[in-house]
Design a protein around this ligand. Sequence first.
Ligand SMILES: *[C@@H]1O[C@H](CO)[C@@H](O)[C@H](O)[C@H]1NC(C)=O
Ligand SMILES: *[C@@H]1O[C@H](CO)[C@@H](O)[C@H](O)[C@H]1NC(C)=O
Ligand SMILES: *[C@@H]1O[C@H](CO)[C@@H](O)[C@H](O)[C@H]1NC(C)=O
Ligand SMILES: *[C@@H]1O[C@H](CO)[C@@H](O)[C@H](O)[C@H]1NC(C)=O
Ligand SMILES: *[C@@H]1O[C@H](CO)[C@@H](O)[C@H](O)[C@H]1NC(C)=O
Ligand SMILES: *[C@@H]1O[C@H](CO)[C@@H](O)[C@H](O)[C@H]1NC(C)=O
Ligand SMILES: *[C@@H]1O[C@H](CO)[C@@H](O)[C@H](O)[C@H]1NC(C)=O
Ligand SMILES: *[C@@H]1O[C@H](CO)[C@@H](O)[C@H](O)[C@H]1NC(C)=O
Length: 693
Amino acid sequence: MPHTRPRNPSPIPIPEVTWDSGLKEMNETWKGGIACLGVAVFFVMTIGIIYWQVVDQPSKNWILKGSASGLLWERKARSLILQTLKEEKTVLEIHMRSFPDVDVPFLKDLCWLNKTEFCSTWEAMADLTISLGPSFASSTECYGIHWRPLHCQVKLKDCFSMLNISWYGGATASNQHWPLNSVDIKSQPFIISNLTQNPRAFGSVLERYFLGSTGVTVIIASDIPLSVSVERNKQFCLESPLGADMVPLQYTVCVSPNITSAHQRVGSRLSGQQRQLPETDLLGLPVWRYHGAADSAAKMERGLRSFSNRLQRHLVEGLISLSEHSTALLRNMDNTDLPVVRRKRLHTLRPDVDYSLIKSLKLAIALSPYTSINSHLFQRSLQEGKEDFWLSHHSELSGYTVPLLTRWKGQFSARLNVTNQAAVVWYMDQAKLLKQQLGAEYVAFEGGEGNLFMEQAIPPPPELRGDTYAYTLALMAATLGNTSISAATRASHLPLFHQMNPRQSDWSYAGLKGIIPSVLHYSLLGYNFFIPDAIGGTLASEFLTDEELYIRWLQIVTFLPVMSFCTPPWVCCDDWVLNLTKHYIQRHQNFVVPLIEKYSKQWLSMGYPIFRALWWLSPSDPITFTIDDEFLIGDEVLVAPITEQGQSQRDIYLPGEGQKWMDTNTAEVFDGGTFIRNYSVTIVDVPVFIMIS
Ligand SMILES: *[C@@H]1O[C@H](CO)[C@@H](O)[C@H](O)[C@H]1NC(C)=O
Ligand SMILES: *[C@@H]1O[C@H](CO)[C@@H](O)[C@H](O)[C@H]1NC(C)=O
Ligand SMILES: *[C@@H]1O[C@H](CO)[C@@H](O)[C@H](O)[C@H]1NC(C)=O
Ligand SMILES: *[C@@H]1O[C@H](CO)[C@@H](O)[C@H](O)[C@H]1NC(C)=O
Ligand SMILES: *[C@@H]1O[C@H](CO)[C@@H](O)[C@H](O)[C@H]1NC(C)=O
Ligand SMILES: *[C@@H]1O[C@H](CO)[C@@H](O)[C@H](O)[C@H]1NC(C)=O
Ligand SMILES: *[C@@H]1O[C@H](CO)[C@@H](O)[C@H](O)[C@H]1NC(C)=O
Ligand SMILES: *[C@@H]1O[C@H](CO)[C@@H](O)[C@H](O)[C@H]1NC(C)=O
């Protein structure tokens, strides 16, 4: 409803005239009285008008109405409120924080002829357009919100309230929480950083998608620079950076009947591309990090051999994963980076290492797009005039192009120019050759994080803005097959595994307690084929010694896609733990892998997460929004491991009112929608329930 009241109505003539006459004829008291009266009337009217405008005005007015929901402007809080029309339930509150100092009594609609569009302007600062639809599905209503700054000093900022709403999605944090209400992240560019180097940043998997427990979703336009901050339990904010580019702030808010249907209708269709499964052989293979000698290729070969024998003797066969350093050692041993002719000449210098031994192992090698400036590879590329194989900066002043340098694993390094087709072909040819030479079946790509240009305060070229590097590297890695990457955005449809970030060896949210929140986060964003950090956490360089932590960690990882180990059980723990490890590996292979394969099909066709939060089954049950120590596999299995040190009992919530759950340990049957209090769990147990129909 447009308001057309005049802002400065001034009944000016009367006071001016009386003022004048008052001055001229001061001795005539009755005239003076009229003058005073006139002044008084003037003040009363002014105060009345001010009161009318500021105090008495309705504090809310409708901006747009759809068929099931509508947007209100709340004058006092300066917020947009999204409400359902039937129950008048508030599903979302957006605080407009772009101009904290400008008072806006009401928003005038400049597009009042159009029922699906609302336009307004903040004089000389910004334009706002809100449009209704198009919607993703019936009973899901969407509003496109588009801010356009009108000069370069305007910083646009919208904040989403966390009062009575639990939020999910966005980016991985090193202290992962579920929901993200209880994290604190200061405003920073919304791009993927290396969480090991920068634990307060955004990391690993990141999507411009947020899901709220009231059934609301927020999707931010993918092509605009964006900063995000989270204020614990209060709000999270989207900001456009200041600058001559005059970056708009643009996002879509949708409301659905409940959180599960919101994710099914909006989040599951996020990527908009045909989803592909990675080859699932890896699911059944435990992954072992090789931690033996790595100072010479010959020593390494012996170390690998004995490690593999030990695994076969004590446990089950698995995949041995090498660090980037070990991979480089084996590569140099063969000089694969040299052209064939020169390699032949160097043949006599090659150390005497038996390749057939290494080839007989199941190996995963590690590669990154970084190359040390001391390496042959890099030197040679420069000699051949291939500066543009590396990310470079063209200096206008000096007229030449110089590769950008950064530090990678202690060495000054250049980074592959993934937008250069020739460079990518050259790099992948080498990767394939190395894979073939070592008989390695799997490749782990690391180092997709970060934006080298932004780190060095150089404006990135358009094709490398934001997270495009990580995305392009993911496309490149996906062509190799059997690969994992460590950083992903907009890449959930690609046939890749995702290596989760390293965790601390403790019980905190940066350690064991954060595993389930990370699992739920990855799966919600469509990254179902993740490799959790190795049991016990790998941020510390030493082997784990805490037996309880090892066992509880092992129990959680059993129910995840890939079991990954770093500390061998014979190093950390008693003999019986070795037996237990074997038992859990078998349980993973026999029980969990088939289940994941079953729900992979649903993921392929519908895009639903494989690992689900409890609210998936009970979207209108607020208890489920904050449970972060239980998860569902598909709709049928509930896992509720112990995540606290020294605990031997816990409360377990079973979702889904009207459903029945069977305890796999005791075959006892419980009702959905209830708590089991003080469920006792011995050190060798993990509570698992199966839904029975
Ligand atoms: C209203 O605005 C929308 C969005 O800009 C536009 O698509 C539509 O055609 C407009 N309708 C009318 C009646 O002008
Ligand atoms: C949050 O919920 C409580 C209880 O349901 C209610 O009293 C309160 O007004 C709500 N707050 C907001 C901001 O909606
Ligand atoms: C959630 O919403 C969908 C779509 O309206 C509906 O089919 C489903 O029953 C709802 N779930 C619950 C538990 O209310
Ligand atoms: C990457 O290579 C392309 C093609 O040679 C070149 O145009 C571009 O400038 C290079 N990008 C960077 C950042 O060096
Ligand atoms: C993050 O940086 C550290 C230190 O440079 C490095 O060791 C690690 O491999 C990086 N992680 C990833 C996933 O690239
Ligand atoms: C992936 O690995 C499996 C064995 O684990 C192998 O059978 C398959 O051919 C590999 N795929 C590719 C594309 O290398
Ligand atoms: C390990 O398991 C095997 C058979 O499953 C059993 O014979 C052996 O006694 C167990 N060892 C220990 C130390 O529990
Ligand atoms: C659960 O155990 C706690 C102490 O461990 C006790 O205080 C509480 O009464 C128990 N609850 C039930 C329902 O048994």
